[in-house]
Design a binder for this molecule. Structure first.
Ligand SMILES: [Zn+2]
Ligand SMILES: [Zn+2]
Length: 137
């Protein structure tokens, strides 16, 4: 899976997660730099009326489109969408880099709940949830 990563020089680039190593070539600096963070967040949405829930990559508008389609199909009108850590990606990053590389790309590498949350709910922790393998449609 294609992910965005940030180097020690603060420049960002994208690569397949499996191909990222501790040092990557920075095209802007023309030299190898240490990888500091890899983005593990994705747009995530869930329906509050049924178990429909899904991670949907980096496109918020695509996530909104799918959620809208679910509303029309089912008549369900209570849902949430937010940008949150994808548990499997986080795990993959930590398996390879342990604590040397952060799994979010915010400027100070910290998670701010408010940034992950769009409409609906107020404070929300970034805890993992157990999703069904195939959400019902
Ligand atoms: Zn650079
Ligand atoms: Zn639903």
């Amino acid at each position: 899976m294609l992910v965005t990563y940030r180097l020690e020089c603060t420049h960002k680039d994208m690569a397949e997660l499996a191909k990222i190593t501790e040092r990557m070539f920075c095209g802007k600096c023309s030299r190898y730099r240490k990888v500091k963070a890899i983005e593990s967040r994705e747009w995530y949405f869930k329906c509050n009326n049924c178990s429909y829930a899904r991670y949907n990559g980096q496109s918020k508008s695509q996530a909104q489109t799918l959620l809208g389609a679910h509303r029309i199909r089912t008549g369900h009108h209570s849902d949430s969408i937010w940008y949150r850590v994808h548990p499997a990606k986080k795990e993959a990053i930590q398996r390879v880099f342990a604590r040397k590389v952060r799994y979010v790309l915010t400027e100070d590498n910290k998670l701010y709940p408010d940034e992950y949350l769009t409409p609906a709910q107020s404070k929300q922790t970034i805890e993992e949830v157990h999703l069904p393998e195939k959400p019902p449609f």
